[in-house]
Design a binder for this molecule. Structure first.
Ligand code: DC
Length: 234
């Protein structure tokens, strides 16, 4: 497996190298918020959804069926990926927006339901934990990947608000989009991500809820930073 990251630090709550785990449903804005929080603190950033999306893309390219858990897990173990700024590389090539399509997101959601696939991606995700700290976003950052995270946020918004945000995002990228289809996909993906037996999307007991339905991105970022300040001085 090709990585730019050295071995992980533990525990995840270490004051010298804290982890902020931001989990939440599809299109909740957690990626944008997590990235800006990481930037503000000078921390590293892990977009864990990108790993599942990359695996879905790689499966398509390597002819591995989404029904083949074993084959997908093997592919995950050998994934040659690299993150460079906001660009993601697969097999020595930048993937660009190929992992940001709805099709790829839906494929990612399907393969993410396999326990063996999730296990195969665990070490890769933990390897992103380096000093001075990490902001990680996904579905199970606080519950499974970084259970000792110093701050856990469950970031959400109504399905309608999320569909509207995703629609605008896709339009800005010049991608084809249909708002009703997006809303339908978001609901379906919420259902699949929440209902799966392994690491389902759920707010863990020690996570604090942040509903961004009526917040701007800047307000959401400020709120996360304020909560982090509170737990850090404790
Ligand atoms: O966050 P995202 O939309 O890029 O994630 C794509 C899919 O990957 C999502 O529908 C479920 C899956 N995923 C997951 O199961 N666990 C994670 N930590 C991140 C993403």
């Amino acid at each position: 497996m090709m990585m730019t990251n050295p071995s992980p630090l533990t525990p995840h709550a270490s004051p010298e190298s804290p982890v902020i785990a931001i989990d939440g449903p599809s299109a909740s804005g957690k990626g944008t918020v997590a990235q800006l929080v990481a930037q503000a603190l000078g921390f590293h950033y892990l977009d864990s959804g990108a790993l599942y999306r990359l695996l879905a893309l790689a499966a398509g390219r390597h002819g591995v069926s989404f029904d083949d858990e074993e084959g997908l897990a093997r592919l995950a173990e050998g994934l040659a990926i690299r993150f460079e700024g906001s660009e993601v590389w697969l097999d020595g090539e930048p993937v660009g927006d190929a992992i940001r399509t709805e099709e790829c997101g839906n494929g990612a959601s399907r393969i993410a339901a396999y326990p063996r696939v999730r296990a195969a991606l665990l070490d890769l995700q933990r390897a992103f934990h380096k000093a001075p700290g990490l902001v990680a976003d996904g579905r199970d950052m606080g519950s499974v990947v970084f259970p000792g995270a110093m701050l856990k946020i469950f970031l959400t918004a109504s399905a309608e608000v999320r569909a509207d945000r995703r629609y605008k995002q896709l339009m800005e990228k010049g991608m084809h989009a249909n708002i009703n289809q997006i809303l339908h996909d978001i609901r379906q993906r919420d259902e699949r991500d929440s209902a799966r037996s392994v690491a389902p999307l759920q707010k863990c007991a020690d996570a604090s809820l942040l509903d961004t339905s009526s917040l701007t991105i800047v307000e959401a970022v400020d709120e996360v930073l304020a909560r982090f300040k509170q737990v850090r001085v404790r």
